[in-house]
Write a protein that binds this ligand. Structure first.
Ligand code: CA
Length: 228
């Protein structure tokens, strides 16, 4: 199912969009402040983001710039106010896929949403061929999608990054320090315990029996090894 995140501080507008998109069959998540929106984008995966420009804490532009710099390519439609012509150009330069000017009709919005989602699907024609089979999961790393028995499995951006790293180094031991260095970099205060917690979450999604892992093995005193 297509999951859409709405980041909009005007309650009336946000709720209205949410209700209507839900009615159209989309699954909706909402954020009313900029930093809340950014956190949700980093921790979840969406098919589409509807992003207001003027937001408390962090503007839509900043969010757009930040997520694109992190390599997140989720389709994004900016919601701009009337008369903000320069903003539109800037938004597209920063990596937005489209924009829509307030006030807009529901019909117009739905048309844009469908068009952007369709474009997103078409831009990944290699989707099927790059599916990686990992335990119970089939993972499409480029589009951050994972499936188990045909159903989409929710995974955070970090979980994808960790799994991808292990997969790229499969059948080899990857130390916790390697993961810390390559996934988190040195700037964030994370410990090896954080790594272990993420591995636990991944195992619950991948393994037939996460208490007796057969895919992501623990290499005692060192780290992990993904068998593939
Ligand atoms: Ca606003």
């Amino acid at each position: 199912m297509n999951r859409i995140l709405i980041v909009e501080d005007e309650t009336h507008m946000r709720m209205g969009l949410a209700d209507n998109l839900e009615f159209e069959g989309y699954e909706i998540d909402q954020a009313e402040e900029g930093n809340e929106g950014l956190t949700k984008i980093l921790e979840n995966q969406y098919s589409l983001i509807l992003l207001d420009v003027m937001l408390p804490n962090m503007s839509g532009f900043e969010i757009c710039k930040t997520i694109r710099a992190k390599g997140i390519s989720t389709p994004l439609i900016l919601l701009t106010a009337k008369g903000e012509e320069i903003d539109k150009v800037r938004g597209l330069e920063l990596g937005a896929d489209d924009y829509i000017t307030k006030p807009f009709s529901l019909r117009e919005l739905l048309a844009r949403v469908k068009a952007v989602l369709r474009r997103g699907e078409m831009s990944s024609p290699e989707k099927k061929s790059v599916m990686a089979k990992i335990g119970r999961l089939e993972v499409d790393f480029p589009s951050y999608n994972a499936f188990s028995e045909g159903c989409q499995v929710q995974m955070s951006h970090k979980e994808y990054e960790i799994l991808k790293y292990l997969y790229e180094h499969k059948n080899r031991t990857v130390s916790r320090d390697d993961l810390l260095k390559n996934i988190w970099g040195y700037e964030e205060r994370v410990t090896t315990r954080t790594v272990d917690n993420f591995i636990l979450k991944l195992r619950q999604k991948i393994e037939e029996d996460h208490e007796h892992p057969q895919v992501i093995l623990t290499v005692h005193g060192t780290g992990y090894k993904l068998l593939g």
